[in-house]
Design a protein around this ligand. Sequence first.
Ligand SMILES: Nc1ncnc2c1ncn2[C@@H]1O[C@H](COP(=O)(O)OP(=O)(O)O)[C@@H](O)[C@H]1O
Ligand SMILES: [Mg+2]
Length: 340
Amino acid sequence: MGKKDRDEWIVKCPKCGRIRESCRHVSRDDVARLVRLLKTGVEIYQTEDEADEAEPHVHAPEPRPLAHAVRPRFTMKDLVLAPTTREGLEDALAEVRHKRLMYGRWGLSKVVRKTKGISLLFAGPPGTGKTMAAEAIAHELDKPLHVVNYAQLENMWVGETEKNIEAVFTNAADQGAVLFFDEADAVFHRRGAGAPPWTNRDVNVLLNRLENHPGIVILATNLARALDRALDRRIDVAVEFPVPGPELRLEILRRIVPKQAPLAADVDLETLARKYALTGGSILNVVRQAMRTSLRRGKRHRITMDDFVRAADREMRKSAMLSTDHLQADLRMQRVGGYA
Ligand SMILES: Nc1ncnc2c1ncn2[C@@H]1O[C@H](COP(=O)(O)OP(=O)(O)O)[C@@H](O)[C@H]1O
Ligand SMILES: [Mg+2]
């Protein structure tokens, strides 16, 4: 094979990635044969139907995976948490790290039937760091995080949803991933309440897999009360994520306002933290909004206290609006029905 050929054809081994002449899986002869065939103009298609396609399907939707793997960005150090919340997370980490000791040498497997993995429930209002904590847990354990796509799990054909659920758990187990059901209320709502988006059978399959899964499963919810009672006994560690108090809010503000941001001399983060009972997620919104307001005056202006105050007032109105009863009921319906 001349140099020119090597530049023209790249052979991609599914196990090694790119190879030039051979690898452990594809022999030099295989490569030579492939190149020879490709040079004669042989084309390879997955299905016969596509053999005549003149143009590629630019708009054809990519099949979405049942769960997508996220590389965790956050660590435990990035989280600003109340002591009880942090302890809950650290309990879970301790059990995962020392599972063999607990169940083996310390004899817990003789008392507890299951020697399975561990399931965590993160409960708390939106923006309190639940998604961040799921990433941090995976990061601490050096595992990938598999975030479940509910819309992809659900299938109108009988038995298909069940198969998809099985696949998600099996895949997570194979890859040693932390499995994350964000906004788990979409699925684990009380069975029988209203029109369930999932059949009881599907939920049962899910609960059963949860119980027998050898790895780590994290469920996050904004509405702990709406969760299925049957879920309770399958949860090993429940961690509450409350709205942060003034001191934690100050710490979050200090972390979220970038060092490089041009703050005016009058900006007083202490006052903001004391005055506005906002979650971390809302604080992030406030900081971004204050930047926008400042930018509307021009790039050379500093971000003033007034920019922060306006942004915080606005964010408070937004959360007041969302916590109004009728509105929340509406949102709940939408979420349960729509797998947001
Ligand atoms: N406890 C926290 N510590 C530090 N930052 C936080 C915290 N809670 C929220 N944030 C900020 O808000 C953003 C959104 O939080 P997120 O984890 O998505 O909340 P949740 O999943 O509970 O709705 C985070 O990316 C982070 O910037
Ligand atoms: Mg979240």
